[in-house]
Design a protein around this ligand. Structure first.
Ligand code: SAH
Length: 342
């Protein structure tokens, strides 16, 4: 991996963008973090996500999906599309809840968008027996109304970073440094797009842009606009710019520098919900915290039922609090619909 990226840097006059670096680190066919198997043929991954913390999460998403289906006028056929299903826990919980509702379940076909063959295999295994289709791209989906869900998907997409000093924008790029890498600042000649972002300019202000995330959102929006539908995107992130780097890397459950252990650490960045919202042209949106979203779709009522006759009351309550308090405000939800949301 190291020599692959070093060569890439050599070919590009000594530096590559952070997004090119992240692309290699996460998606390189052989060495990329998402693309590797461990000795048992499983995904090595270090992340624990909301659906893996508690079944409550998938249950509330299932309620949102059924609510949305009713709002869409109960279409005879519709697609449920999950972006980046990871280990498949969320979609499995959604199936478990919704298969009790015959006419709803028969109208739905499930489509998963997954780039990693390793994770696709894991998903096939855990979802054995269900009729599910996999795709690499949103453009390959059939022409039917679509309900999209994506949890901790956008944070995995490559970002670029720009930094402002004394009337000048620079790009943070990756260069070689002995047997590793370093961040270098390269003058940006064309910073027109950054000016359009209407960001504050002060010395040291960092602005992050996720072009591939915006590209994917545009595809979701085009699909919803053309064939009808809705989208639910959940991730950790911010609505107001933070003006600092939010890049992070986790290896074996510890924070590490994203420049080290490339290919073996999970590199992510906080999602810029402000930029996502600004990219929407034809649809309505609403942004909530994960806490507000889970409460408004009945997580409290569900917990009350679950803890009634169980020895596991404490575990369930602590998982509930993890979703609604610890992660409750850092995580944001953007709901997207063709028609007015009210
Ligand atoms: N949604 C999961 C975990 C998300 S991890 C959960 O809640 O547990 C990110 C997922 O997105 C992984 O499955 C990864 O392989 C996939 N992924 C990352 N980039 C992608 C891309 N550009 N296209 C499709 N899938 C992608």
């Amino acid at each position: 991996m190291l020599s692959y990226i070093h060569k890439l840097i050599d070919k590009n006059q000594g530096s590559i963008s952070i997004s090119d670096f992240m692309c290699a680190a996460l998606y390189h066919k052989k060495y990329g973090y998402y693309m590797k198997f461990d000795s048992k043929g499983d995904f090595i991954g270090d992340f624990v996500t909301s659906p893996e913390i508690s079944q409550l999460f998938g249950e509330i998403i299932a309620i949102w999906i059924m609510h949305t289906y009713e709002k869409l006028g109960k279409p005879e056929k519709f697609l449920l599309v999950e972006l980046g299903p990871g280990r498949g826990t969320l979609i499995k919980d959604v199936i478990r809840v919704t298969q009790k509702y015959d006419s709803f379940f028969c109208s739905m076909s499930i489509h998963l968008i997954e780039i990693s063959p390793v994770l696709q295999n894991m998903q096939k295994h855990i979802l054995k027996g269900f009729d599910i289709k996999w795709h690499k791209d949103i453009d390959d989906l059939p022409e039917q109304p679509a309900i999209f869900i994506a949890n901790e998907f956008f944070d995995a997409l490559p970002i670029d970073q720009f930094i402002y000093y004394n009337d000048q924008w620079y790009e943070n790029r990756i260069a070689k440094y002995n047997n590793s890498f370093q961040v270098v600042q390269v003058v940006l000649d064309n910073f027109k797009d950054l000016n359009n972002l209407k960001v504050a300019k002060f010395n040291g202000a960092v602005v992050e842009i996720c072009l591939s995330g915006i590209g994917i959102l545009n595809k979701i929006e085009k699909k919803i606009h053309r064939d009808y539908g809705s989208a639910l995107i959940i991730d950790y992130g911010y609505i107001y710019p933070t003006y600092k780097s939010t890049l992070q890397a986790i290896r074996q459950h510890n924070y590490v520098s994203f420049l080290n252990a490339v290919g073996d650490s999970d590199i992510t960045a906080h999602v810029n919900f402000h930029a996502l919202r600004n990219a929407l042209k034809y649809t309505n949106y609403e942004i909530l915290t994960q806490r507000e979203f889970l409460y408004s779709f009945g997580i409290k009522e569900r917990v009350d039922i679950l803890i009634r006759n169980t020895q596991q009351k404490e575990r369930i309550i602590s998982e509930f609090l993890r979703l609604t308090e610890n992660m409750g405000t850092l995580f944001k939800v953007i709901l997207i619909e063709k028609e007015a949301l009210l």
